[in-house]
Design a protein around this ligand. Sequence first.
Ligand SMILES: CC(C)(COP(=O)(O)OP(=O)(O)OC[C@H]1O[C@@H](n2cnc3c(N)ncnc32)[C@H](O)[C@@H]1OP(=O)(O)O)[C@@H](O)C(=O)NCCC(=O)NCCS
Length: 176
Amino acid sequence: MTSPVPPALRSTPRASDAAEIRRIIAATQFFRAAEVDIAVELVQEAIDKGAAKSGYHFLFDDTLSGGLRGYACYGPIDGTESSWDFYWIAVDPAAQGKGIGQRLLVASEHDAAAHGARRFWVETSTLALYEPTRRFYHRAGYTDAAALADFYAPGDGKLILFKELGQEPASRELPL
Ligand SMILES: CC(C)(COP(=O)(O)OP(=O)(O)OC[C@H]1O[C@@H](n2cnc3c(N)ncnc32)[C@H](O)[C@@H]1OP(=O)(O)O)[C@@H](O)C(=O)NCCC(=O)NCCS
């Protein structure tokens, strides 16, 4: 028997996403309470105003039963010509390590490139806890650009990574 085909990624936020994102981000235990609030505020703004007016792009990975397994949030950096920021990515801990994060990341890169992005920028922590996250980005072709010591807190620095977009082989399938 073949497995059911997962739903296509969704780009339009819906009312239930705010609570689902709060649940997923809190469950990862990777983010401070204030960071969880910021992530929820961003999606709430997009729900209220519509994603186009909010200035943020979203991709949501839904389960077959309509729940949320993961999401990504990204958008153009004001004042730059073609640099985009990859603000958030989180996958439900129960569904991590199955390729959902890579699917979201690659689809976000394609969407950003289609809107004129040339460089995708990512920030993460230098803490040991984030080693799998750093591996996730390195395996996806991201390069370390800078590390800012003690940025988030004493002993917790910020690592900035980037990737040049538009260099994937033409045959690469769009995961959307
Ligand atoms: C980072 C994250 C989005 C990756 O999503 P994912 O669906 O688990 O990742 P994928 O299955 O597509 O890719 C797996 C790869 O990511 C890395 N990885 C990161 N976190 C992982 C996890 N919890 N379990 C398994 N692999 C993980 C590994 O390098 C793995 O590659 P490998 O199997 O060859 O070792 C997800 O683990 C997550 O939500 N982590 C907590 C939140 C976070 O760190 N967000 C990014 C903040 S900047």
